[in-house]
Design a protein. Structure first.
Length: 113
């Protein structure tokens, strides 16, 4: 029988592949894939606060001024994760991830900065 554990290592190649997949899912406007990668990373032991910080970065880098509500929403999700912890706070981060995936995209500020 094969190893049924998910492939995840907090500092190795699989970690960076998975955070990249999450980011690309958001950029590609695919909320289902974004939630899959978020859940897979959480299930694999990734720190939810790390993911919340990355989601804030994605809001600024990929959504930008196309939807100015994205950044405050993601900051609120990070705050909820810090205050409530897991698993309750993860729902707020998941909500932010779906919002970003469905939001219009603009990286104009990121490219100009």
């Amino acid at each position: 029988l094969g190893d049924s554990r998910r492939r995840f290592d907090k500092g190795g190649e699989a970690f960076y592949d998975q955070i990249s997949a999450l980011h690309k899912s958001i950029r590609g406007s695919n909320p289902d894939a974004a939630l899959y990668w978020f859940a897979r990373m959480i299930d694999g032991g990734c720190d939810p606060l790390y993911l919340a910080r990355r989601v804030v970065r994605m809001a600024s880098e990929d959504i930008g001024n196309a939807d100015p509500r994205a950044l405050p929403l993601c900051m609120s999700a990070w705050d909820v994760q810090e205050r409530l912890g897991s698993p309750e706070g993860e729902l707020a981060v998941a909500q932010a991830i779906v919002y970003l995936a469905c939001a219009p995209k603009s990286n104009a500020v990121y490219m100009g900065f």
